[in-house]
Design a protein around this ligand. Structure first.
Ligand code: ANZ
Length: 805
């Protein structure tokens, strides 16, 4: 008889909920904080891709719980965001109601999958009780000088009335347009909030070394931070304007034949000569149409304009022309470079196009292109004959001695643009006085909640939709009329600290104060996160922002751990049966609800964990899903209507203890597919025996291990075996090393020291028996036949060597 997954799953989900079995305990000496990247509660519900990562953390949480850890395994909602706002815009509904409805759907789905989340700790980033603390953290950042208003070049779409992120903009026919709708986009300078993550660049780099993260993600973060050590050198124009360039190759200064400034560089107008000015102006305008990605793209032809000015190379004293070109970015280094076309491919391309001088200062054999390798210096006066390191040391010494240059470290990392002209995000706890001063809303008046309004369209002026809500914007502080900030925070604000919010809650969205003593004690107990599972797509954005905030909270003395996520694991994707990424447009999306209906949550979970290594991206297979259900039925049949033995006949000792040991190690290392294989091995072993002779504790050990993957069926079997309470908090099975000594060995049969055969035999056979076995081997017999046996050497449990002549 097959088991009824529908009835069993419903029954146990109800019991778990009523008994609150997944409630976080906090009384043991070991803890495990096991975290999922929380979902954005979209209108389309949970995806089988979510199920993979969430099942893996569920398996691991159940494992740690049975091992006697206090386990924190929460879930919540990354609830602010553009889709809800756009839905609201197009339907006239409130994004809040829409989001809450989606959350209910998501929560139900998670429950039907049998996930052991502690729902008491649920949080929602868009809940005022949550974003009260988001605002509080912003206030701390502001007080620390880590948040400031800055004039920023943003992508502005007049037609959409909003600023767009770089990835919402594309280039069509050479101009920037919005990805949605294809409306023209221009660069525009606007006052925006930025968070100075760059101030933490060094700490964020150093912290990476301490983390158990995939090497690929560490590399991505390292490159994103992009530390570059070089020299800032002063070049003076003939009219006396100081132009500072940043270079990592100060040693090539004898080959610097021109300078290039970013078109936006503040000195451009100052130095451009009158007859070059109009060309310069036109070029600057063209640059405004270009995205940063475009400008960094080395496959695009180089463009640029001569300013008419010359600068003096401070070492060679030569006058060299000053150009502007968009391949030099204004916000990196000093926005100006000394061009060394002989040894930099971009400069080479530029110099050949515009007929500028090229001077080799490294001894390159091939002078038909830029030489970027290592070679001795030439044409470089006192640097001649030196290698790169020595030359760099010497030139820096001289530049510093003559006050012409200083050592400089630059980072590719940009400060974090923190303003959005959107309705559905956290309001800033900020106001402006009439004379333009910035004030923070008093902490006791937090949260600053979003107003109830149906008017959430972009204002069209570049201001946030909130600017339309006069009664919300205009307030009084200390008797003075002031105006609130109307931008909102980006979606990544809430996700930068949500993992701390779980620790602060005992009931959904009821957070204790983050700066309270109780909060500190709780953080000390639970932080850092011991295992964080999520997709690789968050490698830089979210994971860098959250690390930044965690470092700041550490510096504020609120946290005792600098780094929030000790171990990170990226689960692979589940592709469609066609091997393509699941997407509505391919029509290859599998809905977990359908699978739960047809095969049950346990089969779905088991299948997803068994399909291959957790970090591999693999296609969905219904055959695999069928096989998972079939195996669960095989398990059920063995135990249903069976009475097992209360005495151990020891027949299964080895395989049982071997499997327990392997599963324990494999789950610990997240090798979940091979752990399941081991459970299958054990099941096959059980099936070799008359069920009534199988030792019941071995069946129970098996059921506990099964519970990680198929918790509903495991509970059902547990109760069939006569237990009255849930197995969620049962102790993990232990293995006995003494049972793991193999009972057989493989003996090598040799003739004159050459291997002629092998045989698996019982351990501890005596000399005579071993020799007899060797001689009865057909192949051995061939080599000793009609020969005189001189000697018979036996190494017990290993080798029998027969010497003949
Ligand atoms: C002279 C030179 C000679 C350079 C040479 C390279 C090779 P990192 O920091 O590793 O990316 N550079 C500096 N500021 C720039 C800017 N704002 N936009 C575009 N390019 C810029 O590399 C620093 C090098 O990139 C600097 O060293 C500079 O070119 C260029 F054989 O200076 B170099």
């Amino acid at each position: 008889m097959d088991f009824s997954h529908k009835a069993i799953e419903k029954k146990w989900q109800k019991i778990w909920k009523e008994k609150d079995v997944y409630q976080t305990t906090s009384n043991k000496d070991k803890k495990a904080y096991i975290l999922d990247m929380f979902p954005y509660p979209s209108g389309s519900g949970l995806h089988v891709g979510h199920v993979k990562g969430y099942t893996a953390t569920d398996v691991f949480s159940r494992f740690r719980r049975m091992q006697g850890y206090d386990v924190l395994h929460p879930i919540g909602w990354d609830a602010f965001g553009l889709p809800a706002e756009q839905y609201a815009l197009s339907t006239g509904n409130d994004p809040r109601e829409f989001t809450l409805k989606n959350i209910d759907t998501f929560r139900t789905q998670l429950q039907t999958l049998g996930f052991g989340y502690d729902f008491n700790k649920e949080v929602n980033t868009a809940h005022p009780e949550f974003y009260k603390t988001t605002q509080w953290i912003f206030e701390q950042l502001y007080k620390l000088g880590l948040a400031e208003l800055r004039d920023i070049e943003v992508n502005w779409s007049q037609d959409l009335g909003t600023v767009l992120a770089n990835d919402e903009v594309e280039i069509k026919d050479g101009i920037m347009v919005s990805e949605r709708g294809g409306y023209p986009v221009v660069k525009k300078t606007m006052k925006q909030w930025v968070l100075k993550i760059t101030a933490y660049a060094e700490k964020l780099l150093a912290g990476l070394e301490t983390l158990d993260w995939p090497q690929s993600v560490k590399e991505l973060q390292k490159n994103w931070i992009g530390k570059s050590e070089g020299v800032e050198i002063s070049f003076k124009t003939q009219t006396g304007v100081d132009l500072k360039v940043f270079t990592t190759r100060a040693d090539t200064i004898y080959g610097a034949t021109y300078l290039v400034l970013a078109p936006e560089h503040e000195a451009v107008h100052l130095i451009s000569t009158s007859n070059q000015l109009s060309e310069v102006e036109t070029y600057i305008k063209q640059t405004k149409q270009k995205s940063e990605i475009d400008r960094k793209d080395d496959s695009k032809p180089k463009t640029g304009v001569f300013t008419g000015a010359y600068a003096i190379n401070p070492i060679t004293k030569e006058a060299i022309p000053v150009w502007i070109a968009d391949y030099v970015l204004n916000d990196y280094g000093s926005g100006a470079v000394m061009a060394v076309p002989a040894h930099d491919p971009r400069d080479w391309e530029f110099a050949t196009k515009f007929n500028l001088a090229i001077k080799f200062v490294l001894a390159a054999k091939d002078q038909s292109k830029a030489f970027v390798g290592e070679a001795k210096h030439i044409n470089s006066d006192f640097l001649d004959g030196l290698d790169r390191q020595e030359a760099n040391r010497k030139i820096l010494e001289r530049l510093e001695a003559e006050n012409l240059g200083i050592k400089k470290i630059n980072y590719k990392l940009r400060d974090w643009l923190f303003s959005r002209q959107r309705f559905y995000g956290e309001p800033f706890p900020v106001y402006y006085t009439n004379d333009g001063n910035i004030g923070l809303i008093d902490v006791k008046d937090l949260p600053v909640t979003l107003p109830q309004t149906s008017y959430i369209k972009p204002s069209g002026t570049g201001e946030s939709p909130l600017a339309n809500v006069k009664e919300w914007v205009e307030i009084e502080v200390n008797g003075q009329k002031v105006k609130r900030e109307t931008n909102t925070m980006p979606q990544s604000a809430g996700s930068s600290w949500y993992y701390l919010a779980y620790i602060l809650t005992d009931q959904p969205n009821q957070l204790i104060d983050l700066e309270s003593e109780e909060a500190k004690a709780r953080f000390n107990k639970w932080m850092p996160v011991d295992l964080y599972i999520g997709g690789q797509e968050h490698a830089v954005g979210h994971l860098l922002y959250a690390r930044f905030w965690n470092h700041v909270l550490y510096d504020l003395g609120i946290l005792k751990t600098q780094e929030p996520f000790q171990k990170l694991y990226n689960q692979g994707m589940i592709l469609g049966p066609d091997g393509k990424k699941m997407s509505k447009s391919w029509g290859n999306v599998i809905n977990p609800d359908d699978v739960i209906q047809s095969h049950g949550a346990d089969a779905l979970r088991l299948y997803e964990m068994f399909m291959g290594p957790l970090d591999a991206s693999l296609p969905w297979s219904y055959d695999g899903l069928d096989a998972a259900l079939k195996w669960l039925n095989r398990v059920f049949r063995l135990v249903n209507n069976t009475t097992f033995s209360t005495t151990n006949n020891q027949e299964l000792d080895f395989v049982y203890h071997d499997v327990v040991k392997k599963v324990t190690i494999m789950v610990d290392e997240l090798k979940l597919n091979t752990a399941i294989s081991q459970l299958m091995v054990l099941m096959n072993a059980f099936y070799k025996y008359e069920p009534s002779t199988i030792y019941q504790p071995y069946i129970e050990g098996f059921v506990k291990m099964l519970a990680l993957f198929a918790p509903h069926l495991a509970e059902e079997i547990w109760s069939i075996l006569g237990h009255e309470t849930s197995l969620v908090n049962e102790a993990w099975p232990i293995y006995d090393e003494t049972k793991l000594i193999a009972s057989t060995v493989t003996i090598a049969f040799q003739v004159n020291g050459k291997l002629r055969g092998t045989k698996e035999v019982a351990i501890g056979l005596d000399k005579e028996t071993l020799i007899k076995l060797a001689k009865s081997d057909e192949n051995v017999d061939k080599f000793i036949k009609n020969k005189k046996i001189v000697k018979e050497i036996v190494i017990f449990d290993k080798i029998v060597n027969i010497v003949v002549n």
